[in-house]
Design a protein around this ligand. Structure first.
Ligand code: FNR
Length: 372
């Protein structure tokens, strides 16, 4: 039986415990250029006691951007910004993976000089994203109907993932995590709801799984399987995608990931975003399909994380909102300390408030009782 507080090895990286920081988009990069900055450095260093930090999604290309002020991992300036962050996290004793992100249709033409965002198919759908409002603050707008990626564009997309992986290595990350979850581009290809293609990337389950697997192979070719993980959320409602038939897809992908011997599989569970709770049958099937390191996330508290790790369903637990609000979360969980509450109003965009000003726990001074 493993415990949350035991070490774990994920491919090339060993971690001292299994409480991870989930990827969290905070929309605070420097403009123009989507460049990681010193405020982000402070935020990540504060959380360096995580077994592993998984960075916020970093767009692999300008085309992969879908929200205001998210950082990229496709320019030299961005690499230099990330390098300062990874160096500082390492100096603080931590480890950090780069989440490689392409949003697909969860975007807006204002990020693409008026061009439409790309997706598996040109299907109208209802969802919103955040662009800069006239007051400079994020404002919510409808996502347009995307255009379908042409078959001939896929090699270029794979090349973008490869380049981003090379840049993440150069930027000093310990690992990369491909974002295959939450209704973004790779999930748009996986789901029969958003993928109506008639080429080799649409139709059958195997065809819909082709792009995520080709992306994985491209990323592995730019580093190696020991440094690559992937996040999926095969079931649930995310960004206008209600994937009710994701169960066989999740299991099919998990088996294909296992064959490739990747560093980890990261499962994002649906209930934090309005989906149903995952059942243990699915957890057991996923575990059987993927015997390697499995990270779970989604509405976890200490009790849920402990149960799932001890049952062997997962090997590590990633915390999102709780880590956002508690920079010293592993210490608090280990010692049973009270937790700060996250402030929803400051999740996305802005400055230090609600970002780097959550306090670490101050142990109350031992009261000295003096005898009268
Ligand atoms: C997220 N989540 C997320 N997921 C991801 O794969 N990449 C990302 O960039 C983000 N960004 C993000 C921002 C914010 C503010 C939130 C709240 C969530 C999802 C996140 O990683 C996690 O799966 C969920 O938050 C559920 O976990 P918790 O918060 O219940 O522990």
């Amino acid at each position: 039986m493993s415990s949350l507080f035991e070490p774990l090895t994920l491919g090339a990286v060993s971690v001292p415990h299994r409480i991870f920081m989930a990827p969290l988009t905070r929309m605070r990069s420097t403009q123009p250029g989507d460049v990681p900055n010193d405020l982000m450095l402070d935020y990540y260093v504060q959380r360096a006691s995580a077994g592993l930090i998984i960075s916020e999604g970093a767009q692999i290309s300008p085309e992969g951007k879908g929200y205001m002020d998210t950082p990229g991992i496709h320019s030299a300036e961005q690499v230099a910004g990330w390098r300062r962050i990874t160096d500082a996290v390492h100096a603080a004793g931590g480890r950090i993976a780069c989440q490689l992100w392409h949003v697909g249709r969860v975007s807006h033409e204002s990020f693409h000089q008026g061009e439409l965002p790309v997706s598996a198919s040109a299907l109208p759908y209802r969802n919103r994203t955040s662009v800069r409002g006239e007051d400079g603050l994020p404002t919510r707008v409808n996502c347009p109907t995307p255009r379908a990626l042409e078959t001939a564009e896929i090699p270029r997309l794979l090349e973008d993932f490869r380049d981003a992986t090379l840049r993440a290595r150069e930027a000093g990350f310990d690992l990369v995590e491909i974002h295959g979850a939450h209704g973004y581009l790779l999930h748009q290809f996986m789901s029969a709801q958003s993928n109506h293609r008639t080429d080799g990337y649409g139709g059958s389950l195997e065809n819909r799984a082709r792009l995520p697997l080709e992306v994985l192979d491209a990323v592995v070719s730019a580093w190696d399987a020991d440094h690559v993980g992937i996040r999926i959320s095969p079931l649930g409602i995310f960004n206008g995608l209600d994937d009710t038939s994701g169960r066989p897809m999740g299991l099919h992908l998990a088996a294909a990931f296992a064959e490739r011997g990747i560093a980890f599989l990261h499962l994002s569970e649906p209930d934090w975003a309005g989906g149903a709770q995952l059942d243990d049958d699915f957890r057991a099937s996923l575990r059987a399909a993927f015997p390697g390191p499995l990270i779970g996330a989604g509405n976890y508290d200490l009790a849920k994380a402990t149960r799932l790790v001890e049952a062997g369903f997962i090997d590590a637990a990633a915390f999102g909102r709780t880590f956002l609000a508690n920079p010293d979360l592993p210490h608090r969980l280990r010692s049973g300390l009270v937790l700060n509450d996250p402030d929803l109003a400051t999740f996305y965009g802005g400055g230090a408030r609600g970002y780097t000003d959550y306090p670490a726990y101050d142990a109350p001074r031992t009261r000295t009782v003096t005898k009268a």
